[in-house]
Design a protein around this ligand. Sequence first.
Ligand code: ZN
Length: 125
Amino acid sequence: MALCAICNKQSRGFGFKPPTQRVDFLGAVAQPERLPNMAQKRFCSMSCQAIFYELFIQGVSVNKTDIEIKAEQSVLMPLGDYVASIGLDVPLAAYSKEQIEGVVSTIVTSYHRELQRLTNDEIPF
Ligand SMILES: [Zn+2]
């Protein structure tokens, strides 16, 4: 199963197929070699599909690595705060199930919050 092109969750039937031709405002067809070389993308949700589409129509090259790096970096501070709240002397192997779930929740929530902030995912209605 393919992963979401935005968040790396398991894709769930949402997709984006790059256009095979682009017509400019005068009706001229762009040369095929000028179209971005892009494979079909898959997404986990309409939100991730919308993020990708918004970047695509803005002509922003989806440099997932840059977005991912920033989103990953945003996790460090909340994760540090969470771990400190448990106790810096407590090894990860000694965490309870609820504490491990808290780690996962902190990472996922922080990552997605930053991802949405970076992509200005605002619904216009
Ligand atoms: Zn996704």
